[in-house]
Design a binder for this molecule. Structure first.
Ligand code: R5P
Length: 291
């Protein structure tokens, strides 16, 4: 078995390889001036190859993944496992308007053709309940970081109110809350555009204890910033945020902090200065279970 890590996931893959006690090699990348990618793997590979890369900023990464997986098979890989803690293109699960590509179905089918196993963490599944419905292979495995996040929060706070910004977040917020015995509430959000959201807080007292915003991802940061603004208006002065996937596009991170969030903590599904919640134990256990 070998772990092949793309450069943007190298430090996390090293932790995973150490935990599993398996060899690791870096996938060498070169980007030509015209934007094409050159992908280079070790010249011969064992039967089981685990390819690690989170698929944020996905368009170039997906092409490089195709080149990598196809070459890995040519070089001796018989079983290919993808570890993509952040899996992109999972949000568009229906055509909202006639003619729109249903990217979840298309990307999912394509990954199913390339890989024998796909592992990811808290994918943004909306209208489907199982990842195998999006990626039609037996080992399409959706893990949750709820336990890791809960352990981290328990180390920081004796008590706090967890707040999910929208109905979709309830699955993660409720799991974390029940793991650690904290109370939780869910706000009501409507997205008006990429960078514009409307929100209504639930009818709760927010000024008596720390409030921790919980979401699966922060992209533009507008969701968390809006929630923080409303919480401040409701008297809360102790606001924090935990996000599984630190997408943080453009000014998102700064924008959330400027909105009044005292600290943002994220998992290392994507490398970021805020990534203090490590996922290697979760991923290693899942890989051992399917080995
Ligand atoms: C949406 O349902 C997700 O759970 C996140 O709330 C959303 O993607 C965050 O996006 P943004 O940071 O751009 O508001």
């Amino acid at each position: 078995m070998i772990i092949l890590a793309f450069p943007d996931y190298l430090s996390q893959a090293r932790r995973l390889a150490a935990r599993l006690d398996v060899a690791l090699a870096e996938v060498a990348l070169h980007h030509f001036p015209d934007g094409e990618s050159l992908v280079r793997l070790p010249p011969s590979l064992p039967e089981h190859v685990i390819i690690c890369r989170s698929l944020n900023q996905p368009n170039d990464k997906l092409i490089e993944l195709l080149l990598c997986a196809t070459t890995a098979r040519e070089l001796g890989g018989k079983r290919l496992t993808l570890v993509a803690p952040y899996l992109s293109y999972m949000r568009q699960d229906i055509a909202n308007r006639p003619g729109e590509a249903v990217s979840q179905r298309i990307v999912g089918k394509w990954l199913a053709e390339l890989f024998d196993d796909v592992l990811t963490v808290d994918p943004h599944l909306h209208r489907i309940s199982s990842l195998t419905q999006a990626i039609p292979i037996k080992n399409a495995i959706s893990l949750t970081a709820a336990n890791e996040i809960g352990i981290f929060l328990k180390q920081q706070f004796n008590h706090a109110l967890l707040l999910g910004p929208d109905r979709e977040s309830e699955q993660w917020v409720s799991a974390i809350a029940s793991n650690i015995g904290f109370d939780y509430a869910i706000a009501d959000k409507h997205r008006l555009g990429d960078r514009q959201v409307e929100m209504r807080l639930p009818d709760r007292v927010f000024c008596k204890q720390p409030v921790i915003l919980i979401d699966d991802m922060a992209s533009t940061g507008r969701t968390l910033a809006k929630a923080a603004g409303l919480l401040q208006a409701a008297g809360s002065r102790d606001i924090y945020a935990v996000v599984t996937h630190a997408l943080f596009c453009d000014d998102a991170y700064r924008h959330i902090l400027q909105a009044g969030v005292k600290a943002i903590w994220t998992t290392d599904s994507i490398d970021h200065p805020s990534s203090c919640i490590k996922l290697d134990c979760l991923l290693a256990n899942a890989l051992k279970a399917i080995a």
